[in-house]
Design a protein around this ligand. Structure first.
Ligand code: PMP
Length: 440
């Protein structure tokens, strides 16, 4: 038996051995087309020479220097470049090792900001049902996935959850998308009134919902209304772009498409592109300066923040993503992917919705297209899709429909930005085979 803890729950995992562009090759030589990057991680594929060279170079120079003692060229130039490319107003960069860590840092920074301003009564967060913000206790508290939260509920920080903006299931007949968006955004106002706005620190949301709903963007106007409500009550807006950020939706930050700038943003996954475990929290100069001019110290920190090799990788990835054609390429490849998915599954009796932005697309599976009734969760359809896809040589990211019983199983697609048209065809063909097997 393997000593590797997670293998005891998943003994059939193939052994990944090599990476080549959009493919992972196992030790038997079987090739898997990577259509999800694990969970939207591998945005540059598995053999990007620029990123590999940057890591090698840093390794030769200096693998590690603790941020309590030194700053490094790798960290400084990465932070400057990220701040320069981020939406105006996200001015300071706090590097971390991954997504949950970024969210954890954001929650603590927001609380400390209000403490420094003499507002200690602010102690709770508002987030959304059917959201995922990570697995550490703070991040899990803000996440709205009931199944993940349940065992740890007594250990959590106080967070209440409102509806996500989930047009496929939430918009009522006759309601325009705009009216629907304002209606669900106004749940934030109602929740603030219920709790007392002076007790709330921040509203936390993913601009495009990833793991729990499968690439669900909001409708136009939703985030603008959310921003207005936050400003009216002086609460912070934290946008979690761990999955949808770093170009995944066709702009470097997904919130650029909403015309809204958060007070704090979190990124990870695509930032390291899988070459290093790295994430970052970005915040406004105002938040930074309040703390810098107050206690002078953000009361937080992990050993590996600003790890030079992670910074070298993140700097190189950022350079690749902001280099001319890459992001427009995400939009056009995304349109191709959506078009092929629609051709193949648009009339499929068990596909209820195809949605997403850029190379972040979701396919929602339903038992009945007319009523949108999900499959019985006990069928574990998503697991069947995943194993049939792996069998067919395709990595995609199916998730279950058991979360709050409010949605069907869905398949998240997030291929590398270097995906070709032929590979999009291969992806859709293999997905079709996998669905046929899973539904038979
Ligand atoms: N936030 C979002 C939106 C995510 O999708 C994830 C990971 N799926 C996280 C946070 C947590 O990131 P990590 O797994 O790197 O801790």
């Amino acid at each position: 038996m393997s000593a590797l803890f997670h293998r005891s729950c998943n003994a059939t995992l193939p052994w990944a051995d090599q990476g080549e562009g959009c493919y992972i090759i196992d030790r038997n030589g079987k090739r898997y087309l990577d259509a999800c990057g694990g969970a939207a991680v591998s945005c540059l594929g598995h053999s990007d020479e620029t990123v590999k060279a940057a890591i090698r170079e840093q390794l030769e120079k200096l693998p590690f220097a603790h941020t309590g003692f030194f700053t490094t060229e790798a960290a400084e130039s990465f932070a400057d470049a990220l701040a320069a490319h981020a939406p105006k107003g996200l001015d300071r960069v706090y590097p971390v090792s991954g997504g949950s860590e970024a969210v954890e840092a954001a929650l603590k920074l927001a609380r400390q900001y209000f403490l420094e301003r003499g507002e200690p009564k602010r102690h709770r967060f508002i987030a959304r049902r059917q959201s995922y913000h990570g697995n550490t206790l703070g991040a899990l508290s803000t996440g709205g996935n009931a199944w993940r939260r349940e065992p740890f509920a007594p250990l959590m920080i106080e967070t209440s959850h409102i509806s996500p903006c989930y047009e496929y299931r939430g918009r009522e007949e006759g309601e325009t998308p705009e009216v629907y968006g304002l209606r669900v955004a106004d749940e934030l106002e109602a929740e603030l009134q219920r709790l007392g706005p002076e007790t709330v620190i921040a509203f936390v949301a993913e601009p495009v919902v990833g793991a729990t709903l499968g690439a669900v963007p909001s409708v136009p106007g939703y985030f603008k209304r959310v921003r207005e409500i936050c400003d009216r009550h002086g609460i912070l807006l934290i946008l979690d772009e761990v999955m949808c950020g770093m170009g995944r939706t066709g702009t470097l930050f997904a919130c650029e498409q909403e015309g809204v700038v958060p007070d704090i943003a979190t990124i990870a996954k695509g930032l390291g592109a899988g070459y290093q475990p790295v994430g970052a929290m970005l915040c406004s100069a105002q938040i930074h300066d309040t703390i810098a001019g107050g206690s002078g110290f953000f009361q937080h920190g992990h050993t590996y923040i600003g790890h030079p090799m992670a910074m070298a990788a993140a700097g190189a990835v950022l350079g690749r993503l902001t280099d001319g054609d890459v992001l427009p390429g995400v939009l056009s490849a995304g349109a191709t992917l959506k078009g092929r998915l629609t051709d193949e599954f648009g009339q499929h009796p068990n596909v209820g919705d195809i949605r997403g932005r850029g190379l972040f697309q979701g396919v929602e599976l339903v038992q009945d297209r007319e009523t949108k009734a999900p499959f019985d969760p006990s069928l574990k359809l998503h697991k069947r899709v995943k194993s049939a896809a792996m069998e067919a040589g395709l990595m995609c990211y199916p998730m279950g429909g058991t979360i709050d019983g409010r949605q069907g199983d869905h398949i998240l697609l997030a291929p590398p930005f270097i995906v070709t048209e032929d590979q999009v065809d291969e992806l859709v063909g293999k997905l079709s085979t996998a669905l046929e097997v899973a539904l038979s």
